[in-house]
Design a protein around this ligand. Structure first.
Ligand code: PLO
Length: 469
């Protein structure tokens, strides 16, 4: 028979008509942990039905790299899950439209430079000054961390920043949390189509938060257009405005699709949201682990090597043990293809379980243990601790902000640990290591005491401020 092939289908979870594999998907665990558990029974690659969709879960780095790198273009499709957030995919990010525009303007503007470095130091230092005022009370560091990170992104995108207690900032905190909490569930709406017919509470919250966000973005956009000039490029929004103008001037080229105001708004919205939520989350996890492991904190503080390699190793380990995006964002096969020995039909969704890669027993010694030490290194000088490590994804959909994020995390944490020792107040339990599953994996709320270090002022005089690392 001519159409007989060597490829077989991946092992599949039991499935029933209409409800798909829903019955075997009931579990109290977060989806990434549950998918990792299923790996024991079904193997590294298995498939399940969610409603009428065929979903393939990939749990090891060989297969993950085939999807993201080797066959990256074939798997570069996106499900229409985030269409509420992105006005039907007009953000270029989730749906691949004119990504080149985002890449050229985004990289140009947000790639780390001496300028962004100065910006990080300015915000980190301002944050430390505020923390200094908290004296001996334990506080939730999240609002100040978020404000500092927001101000960095705000400066890069809109040349503006927020003071403490700014009502616009407060409303941003609120809507953003609303989106983080609900947008991952919204992708379930896409997976279980009948949820769309019966809109639920989460969907209402999501729509409301997105509308608040859009109003804010539109205001920023309107204000910007007034002062726009072709000759100066103040920030990312200016760069996008310029790209839009030039696409209007030769609209025969760019695939016949002009850049609309919506494209532009959704692109800044994305960069803004991604820049704030991801970095803040990693900073929070870093603090959680630093109070759990005071010896790690001490070792970073005592490191007198200029580029603080132990801090860099700590950040790498935080990104491994608590990846920001444990299931990445789902991919869709745009043609019939395969993963390893398994056939994959066009339209299948592929979820790369980064959690499995980062907790793979075959690749890591004691993967559930936080250990920034030597045992996580493959070779000296090698920046990547193992092949089974992709905190920023890979391939065509790789994180655009990787370099910026690494520099930002490094500078923020070095300022923080230079000026403070972070401790739990006496008698308080340590913060939980369990994350809350959402579009990013966030730690639960906790309070810590930022104890000023004796003599930090003396040391700042020795090395001029901002020259860490
Ligand atoms: C975060 C909440 C914001 O209000 C909107 C937003 C935009 C872009 C999203 C981001 C949220 C979460 C993290 C995402 C980012 C795009 C890329 C990034 C999903 C929802 C990751 C981790 O892939």
């Amino acid at each position: 028979w001519a159409f007989q092939t060597d490829e077989r289908n991946p092992p599949s979870l039991p499935s029933w008509p209409i409800i798909g594999s829903l019955l075997s998907l009931r579990s109290d665990r977060a989806p990434h942990v549950f998918f990792q558990e299923l790996q024991e029974k079904y193997g590294d690659v298995y498939s399940l039905m969610m409603g009428s969709h065929n979903v393939i879960i990939v749990n090891s780095h060989h297969y993950a790299k085939e999807v993201l790198l080797k066959k990256g273009k074939t798997f570069a499709g996106r499900p229409r899950t985030v269409n509420i957030l992105t006005r039907d995919g007009k953000d270029n990010r989730f749906c691949g439209l004119q990504r080149h525009m985002e890449v050229s303007t985004g990289r140009l503007c947000t790639g780390p430079s001496a300028c962004s470095r100065r910006l990080f130091c300015r915000e980190a230092s301002a944050m430390c000054d505020v923390l200094e005022g908290t004296q001996s009370v334990a506080v939730d560091l999240a609002p100040e961390l978020t404000r500092a990170v927001t101000n960095v992104v705000c400066s890069l995108c809109f040349s503006s920043s927020y003071k403490r207690g700014d009502p616009e900032f407060e409303s941003m905190l609120q809507y953003s949390q609303g989106i983080v909490d609900t947008v991952a569930k919204d992708s379930l709406v896409d997976i279980f189509p009948w949820l769309q017919i019966f809109p639920n509470e989460d969907l209402r919250i999501l729509k409301e938060c997105v509308s608040v966000r859009d109003k804010l973005l539109e205001t920023k956009y309107r204000e910007h257009k007034v002062n726009y000039s072709d000759s100066v490029q103040r920030d990312l929004l200016d760069a996008l405005l310029r790209a839009k103008r030039s696409s209007e001037n030769n609209n025969t080229s760019t695939q016949g699709v002009g850049l609309t105001d919506d494209h532009l708004l959704m692109t800044v919205g994305d960069i803004f949201g991604a820049g704030v939520e991801t970095t803040t989350t990693v900073l929070k996890w870093s603090i959680v682990y630093l109070v759990h492991y005071p010896e790690v904190q001490k070792k970073i503080q005592e490191d007198d090597r200029g580029n603080l390699p132990y801090l860099a190793a700590t950040i790498r380990e935080v990104l491994r043990i608590r990846p920001v995006s444990p299931l990445l964002i789902p991919h869709v096969a745009v043609a019939d293809t395969s993963i390893g020995e398994y056939a994959v039909k066009k339209g299948a969704r592929v979820i790369v379980n980064l959690w499995s890669l980062h907790h793979d027993q075959r690749e890591w010694k004691n993967p559930d243990l936080f250990d920034p030490g030597e045992s996580r290194k493959t070779e000296p000088g090698c920046a990547v601790p193992s092949a089974s490590y992709l905190p920023f994804g890979a391939g065509v959909r790789v994180c655009l902000g990787e370099a910026l994020a690494k520099m930002e995390l490094f500078l923020f944490l070095s300022w923080l640990l230079h000026r403070f020792t972070l401790e739990m107040p006496a008698g308080q339990p340590l913060p939980s290591l369990d994350g809350k599953f959402g579009v990013v994996l966030q730690p639960q709320k906790f309070k810590v005491h930022a104890h000023p270090r004796p003599g930090w002022k003396r040391r700042t005089n020795e090395r001029s401020a901002g020259s860490f690392g």
